[in-house]
Design a binder for this molecule. Structure first.
Ligand SMILES: Cc1cc2nc3c(=O)[nH]c(=O)nc-3n(C[C@H](O)[C@H](O)[C@H](O)COP(=O)(O)OP(=O)(O)OC[C@H]3O[C@@H](n4cnc5c(N)ncnc54)[C@H](O)[C@@H]3O)c2cc1C
Length: 411
């Protein structure tokens, strides 16, 4: 009855569970799927997030399964280098940037939570249908998985919706919100086993959305065959899209055309795409920021609170920062309702800025500037197109908004 009830064992829910357990606040996580498996493809964790995960004692476990990313490198679609900057520890941060398989991240969090809090603290096959509340607490209703016939109720002190972009609890409080907002860009995502490219730990962005953009970075170290698992995302402006589903299979023919002549000295892109283990298709969507997340004893966290287009490597990171802020509020403020309101006050405005900036000026604005100024033609030298100072200012501006400038983290 004194427990914090967490809905969803994704990145946000599990991090919150670990943080609450560390703060000695009892909690239980209820997850829709019958069994948690390592699904998804690549994700990046920037130093503001890895700092929090290190405080939960997870840095070594993550370093074993992730790549410590050393540089961000930008090219045009002719393979010309536009800009390169160091990342994570290589840039002088106290914590690394990790490029990691989403499933590996989820499994590290899950194993740590089960080991510390107890395996019975995560209950799978419980799909949340809704939440009610009274002066004494919350009552959540679950079915035995999506579409399941059985019903279960659970009482708790507060309920935290960490149920992702299709959040049932968000819909309960905002029934007229409608479907997520399509950005006009469709994504095809995959992983390919390939030999290390560039530094072997580079995060590459190339091209531009109107003619095809690629994001490429390794997420698992090379095995005995010398091949890394390399994550890639092809992003193309596309008027129509099929319904969102994290696991929808994509077809090569739908997107490989714009990349067919991308033969660079550091990568043969069409050959690399064709060698993929699998291809997933997902529309780039977000939601307009909400006016509030907290309703008495219930609040939203992570993608349930602020789904954002994945153009700044901040989706998982902001869920992790939410978990830290909410744990601090519940630790410091004895009244549960006041604690959830304080959490919202600290995080809503900050994440709203990121959601909106990801639409207009994420780090790949560097590619847009060069695309527009060169009218999509090769350049002689990049200095004729854009100065180093402008490139640095574009990159640093996003870091400040997303809260991971070096100065902010040292503070
Ligand atoms: C299957 C899957 C694959 C993904 N793949 C990628 C990827 O490849 N790259 C990327 O950048 N991001 C991916 N994401 C999204 C990414 O994990 C999030 O953007 C980010 O980490 C924020 O985490 P979150 O905890 O808010 O949401 P999520 O990580 O999406 O977690 C939400 C959790 O809630 C559970 N859930 C949903 N509805 C209910 C319900 N009604 N009752 C109980 N539990 C519920 C889900 O099963 C999931 O475990 C994926 C998400 C999912 C669910």
């Amino acid at each position: 009855m004194d427990e914090v009830i967490i809905v969803g064992a994704g990145v946000g829910g599990l991090t919150l569970g670990l943080a609450l357990h560390q703060a000695k606040i009892p909690c239980r996580i209820f997850e829709s799927v019958p069994e948690l498996r390592a699904v998804g493809v690549g994700i990046n964790l920037l130093p503001h997030a890895t700092k929090e995960l290190a405080a939960l004692g997870l840095e070594d476990a993550l370093a074993k399964v992730a790549i410590q990313t050393t540089d961000a490198t930008f090219f045009n679609r002719f393979g010309q280098l536009i800009y390169q900057e160091p990342l994570g520890r290589a840039a002088g941060y106290d914590h690394p940037q990790f490029s990691i398989h989403r499933g590996d991240l989820q499994m590290v969090l899950l194993e740590a939570f089960r080991a510390h809090a107890g395996a019975d603290r995560v209950v799978t096959g419980r799909h949340c249908l809704g939440v009610a509340q009274d002066d004494g607490g919350v009552t959540l209703t679950f079915s035995d998985g999506p579409g399941g016939k059985e019903r279960f109720t659970v009482r708790g002190r507060v309920a935290i919706a960490c149920d992702g972009i299709n959040s049932v609890i968000r819909k309960q409080f905002f029934p007229d919100e409608g479907e997520p907002r399509y950005s006009g860009v469709n994504m095809w995502r995959g992983v390919t086993r390939w030999k290390p490219m560039l530094s072997g730990a580079s995060m590459v962005r190339a091209g531009w959305l109107s003619h095809g953009k690629m994001v490429i970075y390794p997420i698992r170290a090379a095995g005995s065959d010398g091949l890394q698992l390399i994550n890639w995302v092809a992003e193309i402006e596309t008027p129509n899209y099929r319904k969102r589903d994290w696991n929808r299979e994509g077809s090569l023919d739908d997107f490989i055309g714009p990349f067919s002549d991308w033969h660079f000295d550091w990568l043969d892109v069409p050959a690399f795409i064709r060698a993929a283990d699998s291809v997933l298709e997902f529309p780039m969507v977000d939601q307009d920021p909400l006016p509030r997340w907290s309703f008495g004893r219930v609040t939203l966290l992570g993608d349930a609170a602020h789904p954002m287009v994945p153009r700044g490597s901040n989706g998982a990171g902001q869920a992790i920062l939410d978990a830290k802020a909410l744990t601090a509020a519940l630790t410091e403020i004895p009244d549960s309702v006041a604690a959830l309101a304080a959490y919202e006050k600290q995080r809503l405005e900050a994440t709203t800025r990121i959601v909106l900036t990801n639409r207009t000026n994420p780090p790949d604005a560097i590619l847009r500037e060069v695309f527009q100024r060169t009218h999509d033609r090769p350049f002689k030298t990049i200095d004729d197109v854009i100065s180093r100072e402008e490139l640095v200012a574009l990159s640093d501006g996003y870091k400040r908004i997303a809260g991971y400038s070096k100065e902010a983290l040292r503070r």
